[in-house]
Design a protein. Structure first.
Length: 434
C-alpha cells in the first residue's frame, strides 16, 4: 500500500516536487511505525474488555505487554495508510515539519481512537462488544470509515487551512480565474503503476481482515477478494463512462485519471462491506462510487479547495458511501458468517439497525477528526509552520529543500558539443578529399 501511494503521488505532482512527496511517503511508514508503537497501539487496542465499553485504550504503551506482535504489524499498516492519504492532498506546498507533526498526531492519537471505537472489543461502536450499538454495532470490515474516512477528513481540513497552490484559482495578480488552472502531474505512467499496486495491496487489507484463512475464514476471505475486484472494476468503468458523457459534443474523451480514481473509489467503497455483501451488490457499490467521486471532485473545485491527487473525493466521499452501502446491502447470512451473532441485515433486507449504526459512525468519525485536526492545522498555520514560502513553492521543493531535481536531465556540456561538431566537420572534409 505504501509503495502504491508513493507511485501514485509521485506521478500526480509536477516534476519539481517528486523527491519531496516521495520522502513524505517514506516518512509515513517510518513515523507511523514509531507513533503506532509508542502510543497508537495502546490507545487503539490496549486493555480490551468486551464487557466494558471505553472511549480509548490505556495499556501496552511501547508494546510493553509483549505478545501480540502479529496484530501490531497488521494494524500498523492501516494506521500508516490513513496518514498517507493526507500526503497527496497537500503536496507541493506543505513544509516537512508540519508533515511530520500531523503524521505523528494522526497515527499516534487521532486514528487509534477511531480504531478503538469500531474495531476493538470495548469500543462503543464495535460489533464485538457484549452490548453493541442498536444491538448490532457497526460493520466496517477493513476500514472504509476507520482508515479512509479518517484520512479523508484530515486531508479535507488540511487542504482547506493550507490553501491552494499558487496559480490554481487565481492569476499572478491575485484575480480569481473563471476556470481553475490545470496542474497535471508529470507522469501518467507512475500514476497507473501506483493504482495497480494499491489495488493489489487492497487484497491484503480486505481478504486479510478475516485474520485467518482456515475453516470458515477461507470462504469469507475469498468472497472479500471477489467483491473487492468487482467494485474496483465497476468503479473504473462507471467513472470513465460518466466523464466521457459529460464532455461537450466534439470534445468527449476517455479520461485516464477519472478511470484510475474511479477504480480507487470503488476499492474504498467496498472496504467496509466486502465480507457481507454479494458480488452483484459489489458491482452496484463500485458503479455508484464513480459518480460519488466525480461529484465530490467538482464540489472541491467549487469550494476552491486544492487537492493535488483528489484524495478527498476518493477517500472521504467514498468512505462515507462505503459505510452507507454496507448498511443498505449487507446480507444477513453473510453478516452472521463474518461477524457471528444474530442475523442483522442491511436496510434493503428490511432491517434498519445496521444502517443507523453506520450513520452514527460517519458522524462520529467526522466529528472526532474535525475536533482534533482542524485546530491542529490552524495552530500550524498560526505558527507559520504549515506552508513553504512562495519562492520555495515556485522553484519547486526538490531544489529548495532536497538539494536538486529528482531527474537528472542535463545534456553534454557546451565544450563537449563544440568538440564533437568540430570532429564531425573534419571527418566530412577528409572524406570529400578522398
Amino acid at each position: 500500500m505504501q509503495a502504491g501511494f508513493a507511485m501514485l503521488c509521485a506521478g500526480s505532482v509536477r516534476a519539481k516536487n517528486v523527491k519531496n512527496i516521495m520522502l513524505k511517503n517514506l516518512l509515513d511508514a517510518c513515523g507511523g511505525a514509531i507513533g503506532f508503537w509508542s502510543l497508537g497501539w495502546a490507545f487503539a487496542y490496549g486493555g480490551q474488555d468486551s464487557s466494558k465499553q471505553t472511549f480509548i485504550g490505556n495499556q501496552d504503551f511501547f508494546l510493553s505487554g509483549g505478545g501480540d506482535h502479529h496484530s501490531w504489524f497488521f494494524q500498523f499498516a492501516f494506521a500508516a495508510t490513513a496518514a498517507t492519504i493526507v500526503a497527496g492532498t497537500v503536496a507541493e506546498r506543505c513544509t516537512m515539519v508540519a508533515y511530520v507533526c500531523y503524521s505523528m498526531m494522526l497515527t499516534g492519537f487521532v486514528y487509534p481512537v477511531v480504531a478503538h471505537a469500531i474495531w476493538s472489543n470495548s469500543g462503543f461502536l464495535s460489533a464485538f462488544t457484549d452490548e453493541p450499538l442498536f444491538g448490532v454495532g457497526v460493520v466496517d470490515f477493513a476500514g472504509s470509515g476507520v482508515v479512509h474516512l479518517t484520512g479523508g477528513v484530515s486531508a479535507f481540513w488540511a487542504a482547506k487551512i493550507l490553501g491552494p497552490r499558487i496559480g490554481r484559482f487565481s492569476d499572478v495578480n491575485g484575480n480569481p480565474l473563471l476556470v481553475p488552472a490545470d496542474m497535471p502531474g508529470h507522469s501518467t505512467s507512475l500514476q497507473m503503476l501506483g493504482t495497480f499496486i494499491l489495488w493489489t495491496g487492497w487484497y491484503g487489507f480486505n481478504p486479510g481482515s478475516t485474520l485467518g484463512i482456515t475453516g470458515g475464514s477461507a470462504s469469507i476471505a475469498s468472497l472479500s477478494a471477489v467483491t473487492t475486484t468487482l467494485a474496483a472494476a465497476s468503479g473504473c468503468i462507471s467513472c470513465m463512462t460518466i466523464r466521457y458523457l459529460m464532455g461537450a459534443e466534439g470534445e468527449k474523451q476517455y479520461d485516464l485519471t477519472a478511470a484510475m480514481n474511479g477504480a480507487l473509489g470503488g476499492l474504498v467503497a467496498i472496504t467496509a462491506g466486502c465480507s457481507v455483501v454479494h458480488p452483484w451488490a459489489a458491482v452496484i457499490i463500485g458503479a455508484c462510487a464513480g459518480p460519488v467521486y466525480l461529484c465530490a471532485s467538482n464540489l472541491l473545485l467549487w469550494l476552491k479547495i486544492d487537492d493535488t491527487v483528489d484524495a478527498v473525493p476518493v477517500h472521504m466521499a467514498n468512505g462515507i458511501w462505503g459505510l452507507l452501502a454496507t448498511g443498505l446491502f449487507a446480507d444477513p447470512n453473510l453478516k452472521a458468517a463474518a461477524y457471528g451473532g444474530n442475523r442483522v441485515a442491511g436496510l434493503f433486507y428490511g432491517d434498519g439497525a445496521l444502517f443507523a449504526a453506520e450513520c452514527v459512525t460517519i458522524l462520529f468519525v467526522f466529528g472526532w477528526v474535525t475536533s482534533i485536526m482542524l485546530p491542529f492545522f490552524c495552530l500550524l498555520r498560526h505558527l507559520k509552520l504549515f506552508r513553504v514560502s512562495q519562492e520555495d513553492e515556485e522553484v519547486g521543493l526538490d531544489i529548495s529543500k532536497h538539494g536538486g531535481s529528482a531527474y537528472v536531465l542535463a545534456g553534454p556540456s557546451d565544450e563537449a558539443l563544440e568538440a564533437f561538431k568540430k570532429g564531425k566537420e573534419g571527418e566530412i572534409i577528409g572524406n570529400n578529399k578522398l
